[in-house]
Design a protein around this ligand. Sequence first.
Ligand SMILES: Nc1ncnc2c1ncn2[C@@H]1O[C@H](COP(=O)(O)OP(=O)(O)OP(=O)(O)O)[C@@H](O)[C@H]1O
Ligand SMILES: [Mg+2]
Length: 454
Amino acid sequence: MSEDPLPRRFGPYHLFDKIGEGGMARLYLGHRKTDLGGERLVVVKQVLPMLADSDEFCRLLTQEAKLAARLSHRNIAQVVDLGREDDVLYIAMEYVEGFDLRDLLRACSKKQLPLPVQYALLIAVEMLRGLDYAHKKQDDSGEALGIVHRDVSPSNVLISFEGDVKLCDFGIALAFGAEAFLPEAGVQGKAGYMSPEAAVGAPIDERSDIFSAGVILWELLNGRRLYRGEDRQAPTLEMAAAAVIPALRHRGYPLEEELHAIVMRALAKDRDQRFPSAAEMRAELEAYVRESSLFASPLKFGQWLTEHFADEILARRRAREVAAKAIAAGPLVKLTVSGAPPPVAATPAPAMPPAPAMPPAPAMPPAPAMPPAPAMAVTAAMAAAAAPMPPAPSMGAAASQPAIDAARAVPRELGERASPALGFHSTISRPPLVAWFAAAALLVMLVVIALLSR
Ligand SMILES: Nc1ncnc2c1ncn2[C@@H]1O[C@H](COP(=O)(O)OP(=O)(O)OP(=O)(O)O)[C@@H](O)[C@H]1O
Ligand SMILES: [Mg+2]
């Protein structure tokens, strides 16, 4: 699957930013126009061809994604579409603007900022709420669907800038986990959060997810990985199968023994010794939160994120909005006129006076997951005036700058509207700040010339 420049059309979507790539899929941020003319931001997860070429893999993925699409819960990233386009198999899902837990922990350690325990507990409680809903989901005739996530791990726990916690990639691991298709590195990467029964390939049920949630909570409380491979290698399947769980370190939290007992029960090697359901584990954690007064709400968590990661939030929004502006002016229309010269790259932005330095990132109020267009436009105009663009933070493997570069390189073919993100030659009625700035400079020059020529 070649990487065509962005923005580009893909089925019903306009892809404008690449947000991640793993061994199995490539993720793009895009939007889709709704019937009523609205726009919906989505993540389009394109399965890499080595997997999508397998009929068995496609069958499994389709089956699982269809189940996942039935899940509708505030702690689960909503699957909105599943399809095949240009021979590329894809899943489209709700975009959760924020961090995944793996990246949040990395960002915390880079800043030497410990994640407060009340937020670790909040993440666990919210994650378990989503798991419980999925585990209990029934079909229309009241039959349990038997949904198991199978890959509860930090990269699949999304945390929005508002402090919401959402699981993604429900059940998809079943297809990805079909051994014949999975690259070795992929298996290893997953072993760190696998239940012992999953590691030996035994049949699993919801208690496997409870074990994985237990690993995440153990790591959040201990501030380190549970399983450590030799020489800093990734944990192995053997480690996961052995499930040797070191005792948690004492940190001086109130009633700490109670908390440790909950975590260790979730991590019992024998699944009959674990919590029988995510609901029961959550109830015990919530009881602990009450008794220890370690309360937190998504609102408070969002405020904490904003306080400590305002730069990242602002940088990411700027990058995304500038990328989005490449297509904001309307659909890209490709018209070819016979004998016309070959398409040229977008006109480079005219030499501009230095943009005014941006003030330090203000503490940003939490924004809705899908910001309304006007708010986006205002910030995008600010972003267009600010140069240079800060690199996007580490949400996915790829930063957003390439997307912006790609956006700038969109061919300006005959009939295509100039996009404000491609330079400052927009035809929209409200010119960007720099245009005003340039006009003012020109005016001053004319006045000076007039005065001098007197
Ligand atoms: N719905 C979403 N909204 C926002 N970001 C997302 C969404 N889904 C995934 N991402 C981001 O894209 C990254 C890559 O996702 P992907 O599922 O391909 O790989 P992974 O989660 O690292 O591995 P795997 O799911 O195979 O265990 C995620 O870690 C996350 O940061
Ligand atoms: Mg994932």
